[in-house]
Write a protein that binds this ligand. Structure first.
Ligand code: 13P
Length: 251
């Protein structure tokens, strides 16, 4: 992996201002691991307060709309996420794909909107348990990626892909390193097919039940450039253990 590992916490629908001290503790801890890039995506309502509270962390959103503004009650545009101080946005998380019926085309449009707004973007893909059991995981996820990726020149430096098998999210059932390696190889080949040589530089994160005990092995797996962490990102203790697995402390 050419770049330093990237460890991103997805707080999902968790966190009020009462959790800002936890974010500050994560921030202080992250500062001790300069070889690791650390981000947190809190709920929209916490983005600007968290940006004010931290120094090292990159703060991000968990979704954005495809349009810049308009009559879309309850939605938030990429420009608004950026205006709140975020540096990146996650799009296409399986919870959004499943619970909000987001198609690959919608995910791609959201990614393009995020890039247009000047944000970095993390595009999530992943297969269901039934798709894996049927032997279709690599075909399904490869097709998802192909249809979800924005196209155009100069995008690669602001692009991250996250492979999150749906059956591993929040279940404690982490994917085996061999399964992760096989899938990340498929995704890498797809990125190079789409972006040419530059596709080799896109970070591919693994997500799904990452914790302090399994992080080191996952992060040592070929083509794993970091982790997208749900439950274990909510406290400094559990999240910083994953950060530590990604790179040594400076002191
Ligand atoms: P868990 O780490 O809780 O399994 O969640 C993973 C995830 O969905 C991160 O986006």
């Amino acid at each position: 992996m050419p770049q330093r590992p990237y460890i991103v916490g997805n707080w999902k629908m968790n966190g009020t201002r009462a959790q800002l001290p936890e974010a500050r503790a994560i921030d202080r801890g992250a500062a001790r691991h300069p070889g690791v890039r650390v981000g947190i995506a809190p709920p929209f309502t916490l983005i600007s307060a968290m940006v004010e509270a931290v120094q090292e962390l990159t703060v991000g959103g968990q979704d954005c709309h495809t349009q810049t503004a308009g009559a879309f009650t309850g939605d938030v545009s990429a420009a608004m996420v950026k205006d709140a101080g975020a540096g990146f946005v996650i799009v296409g998380h399986s919870e959004r794909r499943a619970m909000h019926a987001e198609s690959d085309a919608a995910v791609r449009a959201k990614a393009e909107a995020a890039l247009d707004a000047g944000l970095e973007v993390i595009i999530c893909v992943g297969e269901s348990e039934a798709q894996r059991d049927a032997g279709d995981a690599e075909m399904v996820v490869g097709a998802q990626l192909e249809a979800s990726l924005p196209r155009g020149d100069g995008l690669v430096p602001r692009l991250t892909v996250a492979y999150e098998p749906v059956w591993a999210i929040g279940t404690g059932r982490v994917a085996a390193p061999s399964e992760v390696a096989a899938m990340h190889a498929v995704l890498r080949a797809k990125l190079i097919a789409i972006y040419g040589d530059e596709g080799a530089n896109v970070r591919i994160l693994y997500g799904g039940s990452v914790n302090a005990s399994n992080a080191a092995e996952l992060l040592a797996t070929p083509e794993v450039g970091g982790a997208l962490v749900g439950g274990a990102s909510l406290t400094a203790e559990s999240f910083l253990a994953i950060v530590a697995a990604a790179g040594p402390a400076a002191d």
